[in-house]
Design a protein around this ligand. Structure first.
Ligand code: PGA
Length: 262
C-alpha cells in the first residue's frame, strides 16, 4: 500500500499567487516519488487554481457541508467539491471542533455524505491531553459517533487521521511526539503505535476484521522530515496529515522522499 501524505494548508497562504506557487512546488515534489500518494488540501477559494497546477498530486479540501446544495450561507457542499474534482475531504479536524464548535453529529453527517457520494473522507480524531485514558476515551467516542450506521462496503473510502491535539504544532503548549524508528518492544510503549492498534481494534469491531484492517490510518501533529519515518515505521502509520511543514516546500519535499523509503 502506498503511503498517503496530505498537505493541510489550513488558512494559508494569504494570496492566490502564493497558493499557485506552493502548488507548483508541491507537484514537483510529488512527481519525484510515484510510490507516495500526495494530496494537497488548500483553502476553498484556491481550489480551482491549485487544481489546474496538479497532475501527480491530487486535490483535497479541508471541510465540506453535507447537503448537496441549498440555503446554507457560507457552506461548501460535497457536490460542489466533487465538480472541482476534489477526491479527498478532511473532516472533524480538531481546529474545527474547537474553534467552530463542530460536533460529533455534524462530523457524522459529513462523513456519511462523502462516503455515500464516492468521495474519500479523512476523519480526524485525537485527544487533547497526553494521557492514555484520554486517548482511548476520546478516540472511541469520536470514531463511534462519526461512523455509526456507515455500511461496511463504504469504508473503502474512509481514512482515519489520528491527530493528538497536544502534538499539533500550533496548539498552545504543544509538544511533538517522538516516535521510535523501529517496532518491537520499545515500539509497543509508544503513543502513535498504541493509538494505531487501538483505532484498528475499534474499526475491526465496527466493520469486521477484513474491512477494519483495510482502512488506512495516518498520523498528524508536528510531522516533519526528521520524524515522519518514525511515525510510518515505528508507529505503523500509513501516511501523514501535515500542517505547518506542508507550507515549506523544501521540508515537504523531504517528507515525501522519506515516506517513499519508509
Ligand atoms: P501540524 O498540523 O503539522 O502543523 O502540527 C497538523 C494538522 O493540524 O493537521
Amino acid at each position: 500500500m502506498k503511503n498517503l501524505i496530505i498537505a493541510n494548508w489550513k488558512a494559508n497562504p494569504a494570496t492566490l499567487r502564493e497558493a499557485v506557487d506552493l502548488a507548483r512546488k508541491t507537484e514537483l515534489a510529488a512527481s519525484g516519488h510515484r510510490n507516495v500518494e500526495v494530496i494537497v488540501a488548500p483553502p476553498f477559494p484556491f481550489l480551482a487554481a491549485v487544481a489546474s497546477g496538479l497532475k501527480r498530486a491530487k486535490l483535497g479540501s479541508q471541510n465540506v457541508f453535507w447537503e448537496d446544495a441549498g440555503p446554507f450561507t457560507g457552506e461548501v457542499s460535497w457536490q460542489q467539491l466533487k465538480s472541482l474534482k476534489v477526491g479527498y475531504v478532511i473532516v472533524g479536524h480538531s481546529e474545527r471542533r474547537i474553534f467552530l464548535g463542530e460536533t460529533d453529529e455534524m462530523v457524522a453527517k459529513k462523513v456519511r455524505a462523502l462516503l455515500a457520494h464516492g468521495l474519500k473522507a479523512v476523519l480526524c480524531v485525537g485527544e487533547t491531553e497526553r494521557a492514555s485514558h484520554e486517548m482511548s476515551e476520546t478516540i472511541a467516542r469520536q470514531l463511534e459517533a462519526a461512523l455509526k450506521g456507515v455500511k461496511k462496503s463504504l469504508t473503502k473510502n474512509l481514512i482515519i487521521a489520528y491527530e493528538p491535539v497536544w502534538a499539533i504544532s500550533t496548539a498552545p503548549g504543544s509538544r511533538p511526539d517522538t516516535p521510535l524508528l523501529r517496532q518491537g518492544y520499545a515500539g509497543r510503549a509508544e503513543n502513535a503505535f498504541q493509538s494505531n492498534i487501538y483505532i484498528r481494534k475499534i474499526l475491526s469491531r465496527m466493520f469486521g476484521r477484513t474491512a477494519g484492517e483495510n482502512i488506512k490510518i495516518i498520523y498528524g501533529g508536528s510531522v516533519n522530515a526528521d520524524n515522519v519515518a518514525g511515525f510510518l515505521t515505528g508507529g505503523r502509520m500509513q501516511g501523514a496529515l501535515v500542517g505547518g511543514a506542508s507550507l515549506r516546500p523544501e521540508e515537504f519535499t523531504r517528507i515525501i522522499a522519506s515516506a517513499s523509503h519508509a
